[in-house]
Design a protein around this ligand. Structure first.
Ligand SMILES: [Zn+2]
Length: 434
């Protein structure tokens, strides 16, 4: 009976639980039962191979019992009566002879090494960390050997603090998939990266932060693409202005007032519409008592509202009006923002040129947290990190493959592997599964 569900190997005797190096293993004797396969190669021109003896070799397979499962493979040996060579029985359908493992278990381990952190992948499958990492390296090298970034229509560039350094990240903002990472973010490195890629004309939208290097890259590499400065990088500066205004104002207050304001500093950064009504009441009270903060908060909120504009013209008009009517005492706090608005005016308002309002928010959300997780992951070099990120959140392995082999009931198969989907990623990071 073929209960092992292998292609050509059959159990040749009852499985046994065996003690080995102080640990239990589940041993299943198997063979190409009832007849051995032909020899795996021809030894010489005469090639008179006759059955010789049999050897037993260990191959790991997926777990059946909650302990490592080992196939004790009985393999026929042939001896040549002409040249004397010993040749093994062919046995490639189920077994990987380099790793001494079944093909199906190897596949599971490879996907586990992409989907989980190395330690979990190792523990769950009863193999060593170093074995998983070596398997991952081989798998990733194989998969990425001919990997070539296909440029998307909507390209997002950003940087993340990963493994103790700022790393360049390129993503397809339409699908949320990661395209590639570079160990550094310098203009030369980013320029060289894009210079090698084909089909640059395919990029219609280039979304970036306010770094001049990216603007140069966009101008040189994607002159026809719409260059958009990411909304979140802009409104963050409005929040910074608000925070600076509040801090300055606080220093003018008596101790008690200062302390009570300090405790509520997050409120000033929150959007009014997103606040719970009780928070709105608290904030309204504070703003009534402190007209200076009221002015700063209202200005910040109105700045945010520019992004609700229906058209570019409307947004530009509203911004001009906001600047013209800014209370003079606020100017110095919002100067970094207004200066950036001046320097990046075309790119910032390009936001309104596309029916879809593209932002880099997906990649931005990862900042910091990735680093926290990765620094803990054993054996995680930048090269491995890059490969893992592309395999896990890129376009190489179909989503359903990463989902099917998960075996984790907490994973919603519909979400797994869907690129930089924030909820999936956050969950993965929180659970230490990156
Ligand atoms: Zn021979």
């Amino acid at each position: 009976m073929n209960w092992l569900n292998l292609k050509e190997l059959r159990a040749s005797a009852e499985p046994q639980i065996v003690e080995r190096k102080g640990k239990q293993e589940y041993h299943i004797p198997v063979a190409t039962y009832p007849h051995p396969n032909p020899p795996e190669r021809i030894c010489c021109l005469a090639g008179v191979l006759k059955r010789h003896d049999k050897v037993k070799v260990r191959y790991r397979d997926r777990r059946i019992e909650p302990m490592p499962t080992v196939l004790i493979v009985e393999r026929q040996r042939y001896k040549c009566h002409h040249c004397g060579a010993i040749v093994l029985e062919a046995m490639d359908a189920d077994l990987d002879h380099k790793w001494y493992i079944t093909h199906r278990f190897k596949r599971e381990l490879q996907l586990a090494s992409v989907k989980r952190n190395f330690q979990d992948a190792a523990n769950l499958n009863g193999v060593d960390d170093s074995y998983i990492i070596r398997l991952f390296d081989e798998f990733a090298t194989e998969k990425l050997e001919h990997y070539h970034t296909n440029l998307p229509e909507v390209l997002g560039v950003d940087e993340n603090n990963l493994l103790g350094g700022m790393r360049f990240v390129a993503a397809d903002l339409e699908t949320g998939q990661i395209l590639d990472l570079l160990p550094v973010r310098t203009e030369a490195a980013v320029m060289a990266f894009f210079a090698e890629l084909h089909w640059k004309f395919y990029v219609k939208v280039f979304v970036q932060d306010m770094w001049r290097g990216y603007r140069n890259v966009a101008e040189q590499m994607f002159p026809k693409a719409l260059n958009i400065v990411d909304k979140f990088h802009v409104v963050r500066m409005a929040n910074d202005g608000m925070a600076d205004a509040r801090k300055w104002y606080q220093t003018k207050l008596e101790n008690e007032d200062r302390r009570s304001l300090k405790n509520k500093h997050r409120m000033f950064l929150a959007r009014w519409d997103g606040m719970h009504s009780t928070s709105q009441d608290t904030l309204a009270e504070i703003l009534e008592d402190h007209p200076f903060l009221n002015d700063a908060y209202v200005w910040k909120e109105r700045f945010y509202m520019i992004y609700d504009s229906a058209t570019r013209a409307e947004a530009e008009k509203e911004y001009d009006r906001l600047v013209a009517t800014m209370p003079p005492h606020l100017k110095r706090f919002y100067r970094p923002l207004t200066t950036s608005m001046k320097n990046w005016q075309p790119q910032i308002f390009n936001h309104f040129e596309m029916p879809e309002r593209w932002t880099n928010n997906m990649t931005e959300n990862l900042n910091g947290r990735l680093n926290q997780i990765n620094s803990m992951a054993r054996g995680m070099t930048f090269d491995r990190f890059r490969k893992k990120a592309i395999l896990r959140f890129g376009k190489i392995i179909p989503n359903n493959e990463l989902a099917v082999y998960s075996g984790d009931p907490n994973d919603d198969p519909r979400q797994i592997g869907f690129g930089w989907d924030v909820s999936t990623l956050e969950r993965a990071l929180k659970n230490g599964r990156f």
